[in-house]
Design a binder for this molecule. Structure first.
Ligand SMILES: Cc1cc2nc3c(=O)[nH]c(=O)nc-3n(C[C@H](O)[C@H](O)[C@H](O)COP(=O)(O)OP(=O)(O)OC[C@H]3O[C@@H](n4cnc5c(N)ncnc54)[C@H](O)[C@@H]3O)c2cc1C
Length: 438
């Protein structure tokens, strides 16, 4: 039997971005934590994957300048000067196939967006003015809409070309949910924070380092340097809430804690919290979630490709966004192509999907892609990449559920879709709730 828990014994279950954000916040306050992570690599749904042939991420991620909490914590856990090498940070710029282009102008907000919209290429003046009018209308409405409204409903008066070229791709990228099913309010929240705030908030931040190295790994070092412990390959099998401690069952033994932050993905959290009376309401809400996949297709070519930008919008058939990970002067190219949400691509075998994407790139980027087939391909689909960001989704908030059990995770954010920012904010909130009770 493990020793009795003291008031300051805190466990975090889950070494994803939410769990590590909770760990860092508590460690910074002088509270050493024990983090249990089932996998051998930290990061959860945003992690490094070592494959035969290359080390990539489990899926291409994009951060926004608006991710204040995430960027601040990344800064906190890295040595000074390290962070700049980990990202490519570029001003908002959507470059699409054919002539569609939208670039933020080098002006203070909101003129950067207004001028960028008015100068957008690949659409007519009436189409551009319709987009500007929508922004003005939403701003006047303080970025709110009826709770039940979908993104499709929100943009129903927009020209069809702008729905196809702008709103649908943005909705899929930001909410990972098709516009007909996606929450208009959550979409407006993202637009408000990214596009209606100061100019750097709209910056696109593309990780150059692998995702585990960007935050979870240095976060683990930060926690360990402050007396905490990180246990990898440690799947928590059950929780038993007692009068003065919570017994955490892991690796055939029991460890006792006064406070336990459950920072697992929602379906995993619901399994762990089954039978914990204080979590019954949270479990019922989680049971109603739907999920959406994200597929990343990695293609390597033995010759270099000269692309006009690191990130390009594709025509959606089937790839939606292209990210160029080629090292300068390397003589070969590594590309990541993202396909958000369910779609016809899900019925293709991996090799067929990789072939379809390679031929799409040749069609979308004439003259820029090698004619030869890629020499290495990898398709990674995360089937439950995110919960579906549907209108009026009921969810438990991050924080204290009761009896010393706390909840964190990307699904708990009142404002945001499932994102790194939602995960990090939830971890910080849960850690704050622990501190209030110490
Ligand atoms: C392919 C893909 C692309 C994405 N793209 C973006 C993007 O561009 N921008 C963006 O902001 N967001 C993106 N997201 C969403 C983002 O990755 C997630 O919102 C975020 O990583 C969720 O973090 P989390 O800590 O809440 O949960 P998770 O990452 O799921 O972490 C939970 C952790 O808990 C561990 N765990 C679960 N049960 C147990 C147990 N019983 N014992 C011990 N450990 C346990 C798991 O192994 C996991 O490591 C993407 C997600 C995917 C999958």
């Amino acid at each position: 039997m493990a020793a009795d828990a003291t008031e300051r014994d805190v466990a975090v279950i889950g070494g994803g971005w939410a769990g590590m954000a909770a760990g860092v916040t508590l460690a910074a306050a002088g509270i050493p934590v024990t983090v249990f992570e089932a996998a051998r690599t930290l990061g959860g749904r945003a992690r490094r994957v070592a494959l035969a042939g290359a080390t990539v991420d489990n899926g291409q991620h994009l951060l926004l300048g608006a991710y204040r909490a995430t960027l601040a914590l990344i800064d906190q856990v890295h040595a000074p000067g390290n962070v700049d090498r980990m990202f490519a940070r570029i001003p908002l710029c959507l470059l699409g196939p054919g002539a569609f282009r939208l670039r933020a102008a080098p002006l203070p907000a909101p003129l950067h967006l207004l001028a960028g919209l008015l100068a957008a290429r690949g659409c007519t003046l009436p189409e551009r003015l319709a987009v500007v009018r929508a922004f003005v209308r939403w701003r006047v409405a303080r970025w709110t809409c009826p709770r039940a409204q979908s993104v499709a409903g929100l943009v129903q008066d927009q020209p069809a070309a702008m729905v196809a070229k702008l709103w649908t791709p943005l909705c899929l990228a930001a909410l990972n949910t098709p516009p007909g099913a996606a929450s208009g309010q959550v979409f407006l929240n993202v637009l408000r924070d990214a596009l209606a705030a100061e100019r750097p908030a709209s910056d696109l931040i593309i990780p150059v380092a692998d995702l585990s190295g960007l935050f979870p790994d240095p976060a683990a070092r930060y926690v360990a340097e402050r007396g905490g412990r990180i246990q990898l390959g440690a799947t928590v099998r059950g929780l038993q809430v007692g009068d003065d401690a919570i017994a955490v069952q892991v690796a055939g033994a029991e460890q006792r804690f006064r406070h336990v932050v459950v920072a697992a993905a929602p379906w995993q959290a619901a399994l762990l919290l089954r039978g914990v009376p204080a979590a019954a309401g949270a479990c019922a809400q989680i049971a109603a979630y739907g999920y959406q996949p994200i597929t990343t297709v990695y293609l390597r070519y033995d010759s270099s490709v000269a692309l006009p930008a690191r990130m390009l919008q594709l025509d959606g058939g089937p790839g939606q966004w292209l990210f160029d990970h080629s090292a300068a002067g390397a003589g070969h190219a590594l590309l990541a192509i993202v396909i958000s949400a369910e779609g016809p691509h899900r019925s293709l075998a991996q090799a067929d999907l990789a072939r379809a994407v390679a031929s799409q790139l040749r069609a979308n980027l004439p003259g820029r892609m090698p004619q030869s087939a890629p020499t290495w391909t990898q398709v990674i689909t995360e089937r439950r990449a995110t919960h579906a960001a549907v209108p009026a989704r009921a969810h438990p908030p991050a924080g204290h559920l009761g009896s010393g059990i706390y909840l964190a995770g990307d699904h708990t954010d009142p404002d945001y879709p499932a994102t790194l920012e939602a995960a990090v904010r939830s971890g910080i909130r849960a850690a704050g709730a622990v501190q209030e009770r110490l």
